[in-house]
Design a protein around this ligand. Structure first.
Ligand code: SF4
Length: 425
């Protein structure tokens, strides 16, 4: 299979007529300006976005601390209880190396989407957050061609009004929160719901991230969306429950139900989404639906993880990778405190990882598949024999048939066109 030289991807990222939009970003709502920028990109650029081209999804995990014990978590208990943190001084080192890289490569416009994950990021305390976000915004400054957007993923348990004010000031009035039905228990769900209601009363916009698990499947897709709609949640995303070192002995078997169940859930969710949209009822946007529809309109390589890196408390840049088939672990590409950003990006580990993505993990079924370019296989791994694949092929096939069968309906077509323009995922 033909490969692309990753290091040489450096298209002009944003065309001149996009600049007025960038200058106006303060006046635009969450995600709106990014969608607009994206719509302005030429097709070649859309197909080649990568860290090297100036589009960087920087997932910050400067602390892994969390007091919860969620069944799907990829961290060990030791990591979740650890106080290790990437200090502000170390953060400065990382930021200056990223900046030096973009200066050297003479890339003028850079979009850096900073996702704050963990652990539970709010357990780092609001002061650490303010200082680190301000350092990021100052070092990667707008006047030097950076567009920075911060998004925090929080369990919401333990979050108070001061955090809601923080989300307004630093995160465009938006945050993400995990919602897994009753997987974490009734008491947990009750507390979470109270916090969501409080956040909505503060005027915040919310994205819910769900791992599809047995409890959510019992509730059903329609009921899940009805519930999220009743809370006023604007965006949702449904991820497969992945096997990892921590959950393989117990909770994976208890809660995971595989990709066929995921696809069925997504079909039901999509039918209900269109039903509500066509009846002008409020319904959250669904990340995977938007992704598949928008990818379907593009050509070239995609879902090769060329835009994203996770930063750990010790300075390691990592991404999820898989061993023994589909067991998840964090693969280390290099350490930003010891190496240059360029060396990490072009290093042996990342190059080999990207090659694995481009070659679809050498999966015969994936390399022969018409949907490889738009499926939701996020990081490539072996599929589970006898199950639907990790790309959700049954759902994609159903969705494309559903689109074709309804294409004569102009309202329906309009919704699909909107989804085509989306970068929500
Ligand atoms: S849809 Fe499935 S079989 Fe096709 S490429 Fe994606 S993961 Fe592989």
């Amino acid at each position: 299979m033909k490969t692309i030289p990753i290091q040489s991807i450096k298209p002009h990222f944003v065309s001149d007529d996009t600049l007025p939009i960038i200058e106006n970003i303060e006046n635009q709502s969450s995600n709106q300006y990014l969608n607009k920028i994206y719509q302005k990109m030429d097709v070649k650029t859309r197909n080649n976005i990568s860290i090297e081209s100036g589009y960087f999804i920087l997932t910050m995990m400067p602390s892994l601390k969390c007091s919860l014990n969620c069944p799907h978590c990829y961290l060990t208990k030791e990591q979740r209880r650890s106080n290790d943190i990437l200090s502000l001084l170390q953060l400065d080192i990382a930021l200056n190396k990223i900046k030096a890289y973009y200066n050297k490569k003479e890339i003028k416009e850079k979009i850096i989407l900073v996702y704050w994950y963990g652990g539970e990021p709010t357990e780092m305390g609001i002061d650490y957050f303010k200082d680190s976000i301000e350092r990021i915004n100052q070092t990667l400054h707008k006047e030097e061609g950076y567009i920075i957007k911060h998004t925090i993923l929080t369990s919401l348990i333990g979050v108070d009004k001061s955090w809601f004010d923080f989300f307004k000031t630093y995160c465009d009035g938006h945050f993400q929160t995990s919602f897994d039905g009753l997987m974490r228990g009734k008491g947990y769900l009750k507390k979470w719901q109270e916090k969501v209601i409080e956040a909505k009363s503060e005027g915040l916009s919310i994205g819910a991230i769900s791992v599809i698990n047995y409890e959510l499947l019992k509730l059903g897709a329609k009921e899940t969306l009805t519930y999220l709609s009743s809370l006023g949640i604007e965006e949702c995303s449904f991820l497969p429950f992945m096997l990892n070192e921590q959950n393989k002995d117990k909770s994976y078997g208890k809660y995971a139900r595989g990709m066929q169940a995921w696809s069925q859930f997504m079909i039901e969710a999509t039918e209900y989404y269109f039903h509500q949209k066509l009846n002008h009822q409020f319904i959250p946007e669904i990340g995977q639906l938007s992704f598949i529809v928008s990818q379907n309109s593009k050509k070239g390589l995609s879902n090769i993880a060329g835009q994203t890196l996770f930063l750990l408390p010790n300075g390691d840049f990592v991404l999820p990778d898989y061993k023994n088939g589909y067991e998840e672990y964090m693969r280390v590409f290099g350490n930003i405190l010891k190496e240059s950003f360029e060396d990490i990006l072009s290093g042996k580990e990342r190059m080999s990882f990207l090659k694995k993505q481009i070659l679809r993990n050498h999966n015969i079924d994936c390399n022969q598949c018409d949907y490889a370019h738009q499926c939701v296989m996020e990081f490539w791994k072996e599929n589970i024999p006898g199950d639907d694949c990790f790309g959700g092929k049954s759902y994609i096939e159903w969705l494309l048939n559903f689109q074709r069968d309804n294409n004569n309906n102009s309202d329906f077509k309009k919704i699909f066109n909107q989804l085509t323009q989306s970068i929500l995922y």
